[in-house]
Design a protein around this ligand. Structure first.
Ligand SMILES: [Zn+2]
Length: 603
């Protein structure tokens, strides 16, 4: 496969270059210095005490770039003060010297050092970090006396750097100390108990790719631990780099739009399924997870973990929501495909709908009386009564079948560690062991009426919704979402292919739906007309949705799903806001910001 060289802006290139130089220097440094230190005495050969050493050479972790090759995640240097027990002299004077040196250089009390040197904290054969993240000056001070203080180690390590801070945190993830469980799983690849690994997001998903492989060097040293000769050397293989489909600029717009709210924004390219932005709010700073962690970092991490607003959750893929009226285009599509209705079919909306034998009415939105409405106008004005009638004629299975065709209620397979499946409440689900299915084993006519406007057990993620609408927008091809476009480095690069399948629905059905969605944003009285009135040149089409929830239905999931330009869509945007008012008031304005920026940036 042939790859184009990624083009970078000057800043990006300089930065990358500096980083490469930095990391290379670091590796050289580790090598040279490691040769002088007593390390890995497990491999010491009998009779050659302090003569043969094995030094582990750590690989550089791969970088992560956005779709324009802008660096999102790289590495910086970090200095640590450590003690190697296996080299520490057993006599009291040598130990006292070690403590004195650490005390003087690090400015710690004797008690603090002794506490940190507690042998019970030591892991087999691994040096104990007395202090992570010491200053460069402290590092050189320790380095200068290292050879004369048995057991003392001044170490250099690469530390993860999330260049844009919290931006795209839910996608990128974070690194941290390897868990016992991960250690067991990765031991066969040469992982050690003190390794730093991906613990969330892409960092975790692509841990093996990003980590690289350790090298090893067997050396002979003189009585003062200086290098005599290299006996054997296996170079470390650096980690590979990930190139994302995310556009960092659009990601920033999406996150700014969500600021102070709970919710998610997904932007997709409907022509290939590329994820352009995947934002979730509230968020967190992945840098805080990187070791070393200060007491404040640890407090933050604990607070995020316990926060009822769940800032660590990626709401775009990990949480499934009731879709409300944004489900109507799927119902409409099912109706047209089943020929239950045509483009010209009208139903009368007197403001409410009654089922025979049920006294409780199903109301139209805000009790509107829309009169006679066709499918296009029913979408435009979000008339519930039209869809109650259509849903009743169609039946639940036909609606669920169309939802399934659009992959709603199933995992999209995006390359992130945790994805919600959601619920497509078809017969299989209703008879499944899912606890929530129990109250729907008997499916009433009223359940079908609710489903026709996206109420009831149907639950989808914002990402699933984006993919489904992309298929409608592009005229009938379902693209599986692509978040990583390529992995570069090593022997050969790897491209992630675009994966698609035809929806198999009629072109004229899609045309009718799209005309309805166009009216929503472009014709007076459309539910999002007011929002997009002043940006009519963007030619937005879309659908609002408001799904009530909470103990007294006092809260709402506010949705807007849109795309533009409506006749040749280049972007699909899904906005979901929890505790919102309505889709039109809460979600559509955020979609407008994203769409406006997308086209300002050059689309
Ligand atoms: Zn109505």
């Amino acid at each position: 496969m042939v790859f184009e060289r990624p083009e970078k802006g000057t800043t990006g290139r300089t930065r990358t270059l500096l980083l490469i130089i930095g990391v290379s220097l670091c590796l050289v440094a580790i090598r040279l210095w490691s040769l002088q230190i007593a390390n890995g005495s497990r491999y010491r050969e009998k009779g050659l005490r302090n003569r043969i050493r094995t030094v582990i050479l750590k690989p550089r972790r791969g970088n992560i770039y956005d779709r324009n090759s802008l660096l999102l995640v790289g590495n910086t240097l970090r200095y640590d003060a450590s003690v190697d027990y296996t080299e520490m002299e057993r006599n009291r004077e040598a130990r006292a010297l070690l403590v004195r040196v650490l005390q003087r250089v690090l400015g710690l009390s004797e008690a603090q050092i002794k506490k940190r040197l507690d042998p019970r904290k030591a892991i087999h054969y691994l040096p104990v970090k007395v202090q992570r993240g010491i200053t460069e000056q402290q590092f050189y001070q320790l380095k200068s006396v290292e050879a004369d203080v048995p057991g003392l180690l001044a170490e250099v390590e690469a530390s993860r750097d999330y260049v844009e801070g919290s931006l795209a945190a839910h996608v990128l993830g974070a690194v941290g100390a390897i868990s016992p469980e991960m250690y067991r799983r990765y031991k066969k690849y040469g992982y050690r108990r003190d390794d730093v690994v991906g613990i969330m997001g892409l960092e975790r998903m692509f841990e093996r790719v990003l980590q690289g492989n350790k090298g090893k060097m067997k050396v002979q040293v003189d009585y003062r631990s200086r290098l005599d000769r290299i006996i054997e050397e296996k170079k470390p293989q650096p980690g590979k780099s990930l190139y994302l489909t995310i556009d960092v600029r659009l990601q920033r717009t999406a996150e700014n739009a969500l600021s102070g709210k709970k919710g998610a924004i997904v932007a997709l390219d409907p022509r290939n399924g590329d994820v352009l932005a995947l934002a979730s709010s509230p968020t967190f700073d992945p840098n805080v997870y990187s070791l070393p962690r200060s007491d404040e970092d640890v407090e933050n991490i604990l607070a995020w973990g316990h926060d009822p607003n769940k800032p660590l959750y990626n709401r775009a893929v990990r949480v499934a929501y009731s879709l409300g009226s944004a489900f109507k285009p799927i119902v409409a599509l099912a109706g047209l495909e089943a020929r239950t209705i045509s483009k010209n079919t009208t139903f009368h909306c007197p403001g409410a709908f009654y089922l025979p034998g049920v006294s409780r009415p199903w109301r139209c939105y805000h009790n509107y009386r829309h009169g006679w409405v066709s499918i296009e106008n029913a979408l435009k004005r979000s008339c519930n009564v039209f869809f109650y009638n259509l849903g009743r004629k169609l039946g639940a299975e036909a609606m669920c079948a169309m939802a399934a065709r659009l992959h709603l209620g199933e995992k999209t397979g995006i390359v992130l560690p945790i994805e919600a499946r959601g619920i497509n409440p078809d017969e299989t689900w209703r008879n499944s062991s899912d606890l929530r299915a129990r109250s729907f084993v008997t499916w009433y006519a009223g359940n079908t009426i609710n489903l026709s406007i996206g109420q009831g057990p149907l639950e989808v993620t914002p990402l699933q919704t984006a993919c489904a609408y992309a298929a409608i927008a592009n005229g009938g091809t379902y693209y599986h979402p692509r978040l990583v476009s390529k992995i570069m480095g090593g022997q050969r690069n790897m491209l992630f292919p675009v994966r698609s399948e035809p929806l198999g629905v009629g072109e004229s059905s899609l045309r009718t739906i799209k005309e309805g969605l166009r009216k929503v944003a472009q014709e007076p009285r459309g539910t999002a007309y007011r929002v997009f009135e002043d940006v009519s040149f963007l030619k937005v089409a879309g659908k609002t949705g408001t799904a009530q929830y909470g103990p007294n239905n006092e809260l709402a999931y506010a949705w807007f799903v849109g795309y533009a330009p409506c006749d040749d869509p280049r972007i699909v945007v899904v906005v979901l806001v929890e505790e919102g008012e309505t889709g039109g008031a809460t979600a559509a304005p955020l979609a407008k910001q994203v769409l406006t920026d997308f086209f300002t940036l050059g689309g």
